[in-house]
Design a protein around this ligand. Structure first.
Ligand code: ATP
Length: 591
């Protein structure tokens, strides 16, 4: 029952690949016909050998040999030609199918909410986009075609054998049946181990990726050996699983070699006694042995091809697992246009948020208004939900209750593209991509001109150092911008946030983790950036707070106090305590 379900689910998984193959079905069918013709040509050769042996050779004449021998050469040539056609016909469809699937996966990953990426390891996504898709390409290029063609060849070959001689046919069938049964059992066991190996491969990719990205941290803390140890343990686990795969395969290969040999021995026994009795010709026996030899690959391969099909099913399952993840943050069915011209009034109304169903509520009724052109600093103890609150504004996650409005329009009722033009964000960790400065800034507005980029860089106080870079805007900044200083990276991230001239800026503590000198540079940049836009800025340090018109204090999931910095300092003990703690922490870092 369970086994039937398993093969049913493998069939369903592979069937889901259908829509990707459909546009190329003509090529795939032609390739299959070419392969069938190749096999048919191959199967004709033994029959021609039979006619040569029983005809001219048995009669001792050489004159009648020319045409049958030329025929053998011709059929051999045809077989090779058809195989060539198969390869040519399949190259385009298979690479196109792989590229389209990869494109769909990538596009879906971009649409998926941040919560999905929090849950999924990047290595697992990487192995789906690379290894699994290459398995699927292999299925279309080879496995799927040969699964059908080899089954047909097997049937065709047995028909030929039974026509040649019933007993010779039966001998081959008797040796082939257990082989097919063994292969089927093997492929089921193999599927489980294959999926395990694919998952472990994903885990290993994650470790390699993380250790490459975090190499500075690992070196600084001397944790390289620890991670190397973890990597070795994972690699050992994967090696063990690969060895299990090999063990299962070797058992099968033993059977694959042994059983057909027994079959041929049986054929020789039946054949020679037939020849001695005069009931069989030498040509028939040679033809039957040649057909049986020709059937070895189709027989042996059935199990392997089924295992590969299962591996494809596992790869398809893993691919669709990511592709089926729901896009929970999406455009509304009937979107409202933002108010034009926008004023930039941002309002949180009784906003509640929890990360997962049944999880703790992080925000429990936040009410806050940020007036047009105003800068509000958001302060609160660590873990109080400041980052969470800011992420709700560009809808990186959706509120679980309440609403957020921009100029009176609920952001959940706007098109995401409209919202993200109105609202721009810079994060605590200024992620820069391995691309030119221009491309990194233009992420904030894809159609930005060079003049607009330079203007954004000037406001963010980054123009001077960009001018000094070897190729100015065209300078490629290394992976994550690691070749730049912390302050330079922060200022580029600020330029990116403002290049599209958003009405509302959301900044998640852009001064965190900067030294005194760099902090002053970024602070100057911030002062420029914040003038003229509505801004919500997460602040850990008094220096950032001082850039704001008002301060909102988040505590217990609500806004506990709002006022100017001096009002709160004078009248709110919790605020004084919070600031003195962060002051001490900052001093501690500087010391
Ligand atoms: N993806 C997540 N899934 C579940 N819980 C999360 C997730 N991200 C954050 N949290 C939890 O939500 C709470 C608020 O986190 P958040 O990062 O918003 O706090 P914060 O005020 O910005 O903290 P900090 O000042 O240290 O940056 C924390 O308890 C955190 O552990």
């Amino acid at each position: 029952m369970e086994e039937a379900e398993q093969s049913g689910s493998a069939y369903r998984s592979v069937r889901r690949l259908g829509p990707y193959a459909r546009p190329w079905r003509r090529y795939l069918i032609l390739a299959m016909i070419a392969t069938i013709c190749a096999m048919a040509a191959g199967l004709t050769i033994p029959l021609m050998i039979q006619s040569i042996l029983d005809g001219p050779i048995a009669r001792g004449e050489t004159t009648g040999l020319l045409w049958p021998v030329a025929g053998v050469a011709l059929f051999g040539l045809a077989e090779a030609g058809f195989f060539y056609c198969r390869r040519k016909l399949l190259a385009r469809p298979t690479t196109h199918i792989e590229a389209r699937m990869r494109r769909d996966l990538y596009a879906h990953l971009q649409r998926l909410p941040v919560a999905f990426h929090d849950r999924w390891q990047s290595g697992q996504l990487l192995s789906r986009a690379v290894a699994d898709l290459s398995t699927i390409r292999g299925f279309f290029a080879f496995v799927g075609i040969f699964l059908v063609v080899n089954s047909l060849t097997l049937i065709g070959g047995l028909v030929v054998l039974f026509t040649l001689d019933f007993w010779l046919g039966l001998t081959v069938l008797v040796s082939a049946l257990p082989l097919i049964a063994i292969s089927t059992v093997f492929e089921r066991r193999y599927k489980v181990v294959a999926r395990l190996a694919q998952d472990q491969d994903g885990d290993l990719a994650t470790t390699v990726e993380e250790s490459a990205l975090g190499i500075r941290v690992l070196k600084a803390f001397g944790r390289g050996p620890h991670l190397a140890h973890r990597f070795l343990a994972q690699a050992k686990l994967l090696r063990g699983t690969e060895l299990r795969k090999v063990r299962i395969q070797s058992l099968l290969w033993g059977a694959i070699v042994l059983l057909p040999e027994i079959g041929i021995a049986g054929q020789l026994l039946v054949g020679t006694s037939g020849i001695v009795d005069g009931t069989m010709t030498v040509g028939t026996l040679v033809a039957a042995v040649t057909v049986a030899a020709y059937l070895r690959w189709p027989t042996d391969s059935i199990g392997w091809l089924l295992a590969e099909t299962n591996q494809t099913a596992a790869a398809a399952d893993r691919y669709f697992e990511a592709l089926d993840a729901p896009v929970t943050v999406a455009d509304p069915p009937d979107p409202k246009a933002p108010v034009a011209p926008a004023a930039g009034l941002l309002r949180f109304e009784n906003v509640h948020f929890r990360h997962a169903e049944g999880g703790a509520e992080i925000l429990r009724g936040v009410d806050l208004e940020v007036r047009p052109g105003e800068t509000v600093a958001l302060v609160g103890a660590t873990g109080s939900g400041k980052t969470t609150l800011t992420a709700l504004v560009p809808r990186l996650a959706d509120v679980t209750d309440g609403r957020i409005t921009v100029d009176g329009v609920n952001i959940a009722e706007m098109r995401l593209a409209d919202l993200r033009t109105l609202v721009s964000m810079a994060f605590e960790e200024p992620v820069l991509f391995s691309a030119s400065v221009r491309e990194n800034i233009a992420l904030g507005s894809t159609d930005a001109t060079d003049d607009q980029i330079w203007e954004a860089l000037r406001i963010a106080q980054a123009d001077k150092f960009v001018e000094l870079l070897p190729w100015s805007l065209d300078t490629r900044i290394g992976e994550q911008g690691l070749s730049l200083s912390g302050g330079q990276r922060q200022r580029l991230a600020l330029a990116r946030a403002i290049v599209g001239k958003p009405e509302i800026l959301v900044l998640d503590d852009p001064l965190s983790a900067l030294d005194v000198h760099t902090e002053a540079e970024v602070e100057r940049a911030l002062r420029e950036v914040l003038s003229g836009v509505t801004a919500l800025v997460v602040a850990h340090r008094p220096s950032t707070v001082q850039l704001a018109d008002r301060v909102a204090m988040l505590a217990d999931g609500r806004i506990a106090a709002v006022g100017t910095h001096s009002e709160l300092l004078a009248g709110n003990q919790a605020y004084r305590k919070l600031l003195s703690t962060s002051e001490e922490e900052t001093e501690g870092v500087r010391a």
